[in-house]
Design a protein around this ligand. Sequence first.
Ligand code: GTP
Ligand code: SPV
Ligand code: MN
Length: 581
Amino acid sequence: MPTPLERWVDECAQLTRPKNIHWCDGSEAEYQKLTKEMLASGTLMELNQREYPGCYLHRSDPSDVARTEHLTFVCTSKKDDAGPNNNWMPPAEAKEKVGALFSGAMKDRTMYVVPYIMGPTTSRYSQVGVELTDSPYVAVSMRTMTRMGKVASDRLGSSDHFVRGLHSIGDLNPDRRFILHFPEERLLWSVGSGYGGNALLGKKCHALRLGSYMAREEGWLAEHMLILGIEDPSGRTTYVAAAFPSACGKTNLAMLVPPVSQKGYKVWTVGEDIAWMHPGPDGRLWAINPEAGFFGVAPGTNMKTNPNVMRTIRTNTIFTNVAVTPHGTPYWEGMDGPPPHEAIDWQGKPWTLDSTTKAAHPNSRFTTPARQCPAMSPEWENPDGVPISAILFGGRRASLIPLVYQSFNWQHGVFLGATMASETTAAATGAVGVVRRDPMAMLPFCGYNMGDYFAHWLRVGKGLTNPPQIFRVNWFRMSPEGKYLWPGFGENLRVLRWVLNRVHGEVGAAETPIGYLPYFSGIDVTGLDVSAGTLKELLDVDKKEWAEAVPGQKEYFQKYGDRMPKELWQECEALEKRLQS
Ligand code: GTP
Ligand code: SPV
Ligand code: MN
């Protein structure tokens, strides 16, 4: 009797007609073999193996360098269940239309059967998925990003309970590119792209879009959040989860290195992109990182902004769309030291210091194993997860939003997350720098109607006797001259210290219409180039500006019609009232 997996592989092979089928075991030997084949075919290029052992460069198709939100669909039977936050196609229509693109798509190619686990191998919160792909780059990347191969097929056994993901790079033409989610069947179909979030199906497609859908059914949260532990000088470790939109600072914050001025503090990384959080028997929220690797933004990464990841990516890393120096080492804008006089840019073209174009693509990335990160928490693979004491929501906002403030309670905190907006970045195709609503940093990743998602957040909070405290942060507030007011990166620990103090009831706060703000003495700026005036600007709450912002929030909520929970409307009204008084 064939297993459910064997039957499904067979069905997909009938449709896509691969030349061979390779069942991935996730072994080192297999990784070496696939790498060698990709070096031979030109899919990978060797970097300087003395300086970057086991590191390779991949150049993607120039039209396939970021997530494509307009080609991403949630295919629920009812349109309203996908909500105005998602593109929608009826499942039958989607299967007919995109089935035609899959038909014969793997002719002359190998189909890799990639079983994977999202989450620590033995955790009851973890889930098995299987991705069928015709891209060896995807197969080896999945080995870095997930627990891939035999561990996963062993956990699956002959069970039918796994997320099915069918992926083909197709012809890479954006006109024939679709990223489809069928949450009712726990099924993913992705064709026409080899890019991370579109093609490594365990990540955004499974862990977030299908994950959020399952989380609502089962009473937990699947979120676009980093997870970190802060050990203070007394030896106490407090865990924080933080949602920032794509390319807004999760990886950097997750690996923060305390500056020398912050003696006795240590930050432990648990995750840097996704958190699965379950209510525990103790009434707290417990988080696991479903991933095993980092798919991080390269530009701007250096020994000052993120020394831990710079150390992580020196071995066993695939760089995608970065530039290469004549010395064979990777290069991107914002790397340490003076830029090279010449390089080969991300498209393989000669580049010099005089070039007006970027050497690396603004969304160039590294794929690297988490276990290589020197800051990895000893708890990062704990099957029970870590208990979360604080949740941060942070966007990229030049104005209005203070450096940090705290919600009055869970419901108000959900309102703070729901009204988040942020400037768009190069992580998705489209305009960069445009402020858009991005509730909980989940706009591109919530696999169902966002009105229902807000209601789910409220419900989860009600079930927690010891819920995390909720905060908003903004590292990106600017002076009228367009300069960042806050130094950011390692110095963000000073803000986290205020968060910790609030969580542990160790510091007071000013009650303002928008929430609890730090007193000026609450943020330690000793030794920083941040004047009293600048700190005042960072923490300023301009009642008039806030009053002007509320209609936009209401207009956004209006989109969700009767799916919008009344509690968040009440929060709007309460905010307006507080602003008037
Ligand atoms: P995804 O992987 O797309 O989800 O992104 P991410 O949220 O992990 O973003 P990441 O940490 O890679 O940060 C991306 C960009 O934000 C880089 O250009 C960083 O230099 C910049 N950045 C991160 N932290 C800070 C900060 O504290 N201050 C400032 N000004 N910029 C920051
Ligand atoms: C993001 O865009 O938020 C990422 C990169 O983390 S990707 O996996 O491509 O979505
Ligand atoms: Mn992300």
